[in-house]
Design a protein around this ligand. Sequence first.
Ligand SMILES: [Zn+2]
Length: 257
Amino acid sequence: MRKKGYCGSSCVCPECGEDADFKGYASKTVTSLLGPIEYPRAYYHCDHCHHGWFPTDEELGLTERSTLGAREVIALAGVEDAFAVSAERVLQRLSGISVSASTVQRVTETVGDKLAAQRQHGDDITPGESWDWCLDAKGQRVAYVSLDATGVPQQGPHAERADGRMAWVASVFNPAPRDAPAKRRLRQVRYLSGLMSLDQIGKQLRHECQQVGVSRDDVVIGLTDGGNGLEDSQDQAKWACPELCVRQDLLKLSLVS
Ligand SMILES: [Zn+2]
């Protein structure tokens, strides 16, 4: 790596291709897993298009106010409890990181938005793996999917009353045979959840099914309570079956309440 990002008295501007001048060093403090780190780096400015940048920020993944490792830990703590509790108790005890509740909220929501966008786009979040699906009496592989909606209370921007929203909670899972030890009833499972339309959660669920090796020839059993938005059997078919699953004759949709 070049010394603190210094690559000569001038370098090529990434925006316009003209020469940009080295203007000096500027420090930035970032939150790392080992606490705050002060980090001096070279600054370049282009007089032609007025673009200014620090070459090492991009190179070292330090464009934010915290390192990648710190953001991962902050976001994990942020989903475990209320943001204030995560900031004041969980993070400080587990890692010694000292950040405000609003930082925990911002980092967690940013990571969440990014993940939601990736899922929406159909990107893989977890690598694909072919599960060892259990077989039914006829020797056919059997996969289970489930879908339900749950109410999430909401608060307006200034703590006003607001209507609750329904979040979808879905899973694809591979239960162990009945004679398996009680502790190992669930062999493998992947969960999905979010505030989105039925079409969107259905699409994401099918993507996860493909990721874990559910194929056209498998039996897919869908579990739902049939409530809220799923009353219509066409709706049920829409999320559980379509292009993935299916030989329709093999789809068994169990309605449990
Ligand atoms: Zn330029």
